[in-house]
Design a protein around this ligand. Structure first.
Ligand SMILES: C[S@@+](CC[C@H](N)C(=O)[O-])C[C@H]1O[C@@H](n2cnc3c(N)ncnc32)[C@H](O)[C@@H]1O
Length: 211
């Protein structure tokens, strides 16, 4: 019982995050824990399973832009956004002149200036760094940015991850409670957060469909 309680308080303790802009100014993106040059394997499988191979994608919290690039290379029309203007500048520089349907914009999802709708959103690591009191606002905005029936593919740290520090962790039930008003919860699977850490953190990969 004690262990369960410890795990619960660890999950919900207030977390601190870097100044994103400062981090992208000072650090090479290739050294960041989330840097992963290939398309996330969970998204890859989900797209195959759902037979989604065209349309528009928002890569929300795009950071180094690797996921946005991989999606554009598959033929999607992609917009990558991030709160850090240096992240989007670096992502745009890396992907310029590739002749892809890919744009990057600085945008804070909690006060978004985006005025178009997308068929799909990929969030690999943005939701799990937002303050808990902002989660409702995020869910509303993500739903409003999707076309009817559009998909939100969401990757977060899992409640099973025990590393020191890092982002918020979620149980499948918490994800259900947070999203089910606006999204059908299609699936929540256990996975890993691919990147540069020697042990890949435990993650959840969630497929959510706008109601
Ligand atoms: C863990 S990183 C993941 C980056 C990228 N999705 C990837 O998989 O490589 C989280 C990203 O979310 C961005 N971010 C944090 N808060 C944000 C917000 N309110 N709106 C948009 N992006 C945000 C950060 O700047 C950072 O690039």
């Amino acid at each position: 019982m004690k262990k369960l309680e410890d795990n619960h308080s660890e999950l919900h303790r207030r977390r601190e995050f870097p100044d994103w802009e400062k981090m992208y100014v000072e650090q090479a993106v290739e050294t960041m824990p989330w840097f992963h040059p290939e398309l996330d394997a969970d998204l890859d499988k989900a797209l195959d399973r759902l037979s989604i191979d065209s349309g528009s994608f928002l890569d929300l919290g795009t950071g180094p832009g690797t996921q946005a690039l991989a999606l554009a290379e598959r033929g999607f029309r992609v917009t990558g956004t991030d709160i850090s203007k240096t992240a989007v500048r670096k992502a745009a520089a890396l992907t310029a002149e590739k002749g892809l349907d890919l744009v990057f914009k600085q945008d804070d999802i909690l006060k978004t200036g985006l005025n178009k709708k997308f068929n799909c959103i990929f969030d690999r690591g943005c939701f799990h760094v937002l303050a808990p009191e902002k989660r409702g606002e995020y869910v509303k905005t993500a739903s409003e940015l999707l076309e009817p029936g559009g998909y939100l593919f969401l990757k977060t740290f899992s409640f099973e991850e025990t590393m020191e520090g890092g982002p918020y962790r979620f149980t499948p039930d918490e994800i259900k409670v947070l999203f089910e008003k606006r999204f059908e919860v299609v699936s929540i699977g256990e996975s890993r957060y691919y990147g540069t850490l020697p042990t890949l953190p435990k993650a959840l990969f969630c497929v959510l469909r706008k109601r």
